[in-house]
Design a protein. Structure first.
Length: 354
C-alpha cells in the first residue's frame, strides 16, 4: 500500500514537472516544413465559403483536421488543464486525447482528473491513452473510463531511456497486437516526438492498428525534458529523432494503407496544410494548446485553433483546393535537404506529382 502511494506520488510529481518544463522549452528543431512549398494557383476559381475542411480518421468524420493531442492527467494541475482543453474541444467540435491513464488505473482516486474531459464534453470524440506495453485488460479499462472512441498507444522508448526511473525493456509487438485485436475501438500507435518510419507503420498495421501518429521530431522534446529533470547539461541525444515532415514522407511514401496523424512541431495552419498535402488525415497539436490554455485560458485555446483553421483555409484557396482530398493531389516543391532524404530512402518516385 505504502509502495503504491510512493509510486503514485513520484508519477504525479513527474507529470507536473512535464507540464512545467514543456512550457519553458522551445521547439526541438527549426521547422523543416519550411522546406516544402506549394505551387500558387493565381486563379483559384474558389470562394472561401466553398472550402470544406472535413476529414475522416479512424473511421470517424471530423469537421476539421485538428486533434488536441495527449498532454496530461493524474494531478490537480492536470485536471485543470484537461478541463480547459475539453472546453476548447467542445467549443471547436474537435477531438481530444488525454495523457497516459496508467496512474488512474493503478490509483482509481485520480480517475476524475481524466474523466473531467467526458464530463465537460459528453458528446465529444475522446481518445484514451496508454503505453504500448499495456495489457488488454488495462486497455479496456482505460477506454471504459472515458467512454473513449479510440485508444492511443504511446511509443516512447527514447523518453523512457532518458528517464532515471524509466523502462529499459521495449518488447511491445505482442501487446500492441493483443490490444488492437481485442478491443472494440480503433487503436492509434503514437510516437511522442522522435518520429517513425514507413517500416514501423507497416508493422503496426499488420498487427491490427488503425492509425499511426508519427509524433515526429521538431516540437516537444521529451529527451530534453527528461534531461532537464535530471540536471543533465550535456547530451548529444537531445537531437535524436526523425523530423515530422521526413517521418510523414517516409510513412506516406511507403505504400502503407493506414490512417496517418501528423504531430510533433505542428504550429500553424500552413504546417497543417503541408502535412495534409503529404497525405495525413489529422494533425495533432499538444504544447501550443497547453501554453494557450495555461496563460490565456479557454478562449486563447479556441482562438489559436480558429487562427490555424483560417490559415489552412487561406492556403487551400491559394492552391485551388476545395477540400482535403484535392489538397492531397497538389504538386509540392521540396528543398535540397528533403530531396536528399527522399533519394537516400529511394522514395523520390512516390513523391513526384505532376
Ligand atoms: C507536458 C506533455 C505531456 C505529454 N504527455 C503525453 C502522454 O501522456 N501520452 C502521450 O501519448 N503523449 C504525451 N505527450 C506528447 C504529445 O501528445 C505530442 O505527441 C508531442 O508533444 C508532440 O507534439 P507537440 O510538438 O505539438 O507538443 C505529452 C506532451 C507534453 C508537452
Amino acid at each position: 500500500m505504502n509502495q503504491t502511494i510512493t509510486n503514485r506520488n513520484v508519477r504525479q510529481q513527474r507529470k507536473d514537472q512535464h507540464l512545467e518544463i514543456a512550457l519553458s522549452q522551445s521547439d526541438s528543431a527549426a521547422n523543416l516544413f519550411k522546406g516544402i512549398r506549394f505551387y500558387p494557383e493565381a486563379i483559384p476559381e474558389l470562394s472561401q465559403r466553398e472550402i470544406d475542411l472535413s476529414t475522416k480518421f479512424c473511421g470517424m468524420k471530423f469537421r476539421a483536421p485538428i486533434l488536441i493531442n495527449a498532454l496530461t492527467g493524474g494531478t490537480r494541475r492536470g485536471l485543470a488543464v484537461n478541463a480547459r482543453l475539453a472546453e476548447v474541444a467542445k467549443r471547436t467540435g474537435l477531438p481530444l486525447a488525454v495523457g497516459s491513464q496508467k496512474v488512474a488505473l493503478d490509483c482509481p482516486e485520480v480517475a476524475p482528473t481524466f474523466t473531467i474531459v467526458r464530463h465537460v464534453f459528453p458528446d465529444g470524440v475522446i481518445f484514451a491513452n496508454l503505453s504500448a506495453a499495456s495489457s488488454v485488460e488495462d486497455a479496456r479499462r482505460a477506454v471504459a473510463m472515458l467512454r473513449a472512441q479510440g485508444l492511443q498507444l504511446h511509443l516512447n522508448a527514447a523518453q523512457e531511456l532518458a528517464m532515471a526511473e524509466g523502462d529499459r525493456s521495449f518488447i511491445w509487438r505482442d501487446c500492441i497486437a493483443a490490444i488492437a485485436q481485442n478491443i472494440s475501438v480503433p487503436v492509434i500507435a503514437k510516437e511522442v516526438g522522435c518520429g517513425m518510419t514507413g517500416s514501423t507503420a507497416k508493422q503496426v498495421h499488420k498487427l491490427g492498428v488503425a492509425a499511426v501518429d508519427v509524433g515526429g521530431f521538431g516540437g516537444t522534446n521529451f529527451v530534453a525534458i527528461e534531461h532537464f529533470r535530471r540536471n543533465f547539461t550535456k547530451s548529444s541525444l537531445i537531437d535524436w529523432g526523425l523530423p515530422t515532415p521526413l517521418s510523414l514522407l517516409d510513412v506516406l511514401g511507403s505504400n502503407t494503407n493506414i490512417d496517418v496523424c501528423a504531430s510533433g512541431g505542428i504550429r500553424s495552419g500552413l504546417d497543417i496544410a503541408k502535412a495534409l498535402a503529404l497525405g495525413a488525415k489529422m494533425c495533432g497539436i499538444a504544447q501550443p494548446l497547453l501554453r494557450e490554455v495555461t496563460f490565456g485560458g479557454v478562449q486563447a485555446g479556441v482562438d489559436y485553433i480558429h487562427h490555424c483553421l483560417a490559415e489552412l483555409k487561406t492556403v487551400m484557396i491559394l492552391t485551388g483546393a476545395r477540400d482535403i482530398s484535392s489538397l492531397q493531389q497538389k504538386p509540392l516543391i521540396f528543398d535540397s535537404e528533403i530531396w536528399a532524404y527522399l533519394q537516400q530512402r529511394q522514395l523520390t518516385k512516390a513523391w513526384i506529382r505532376k
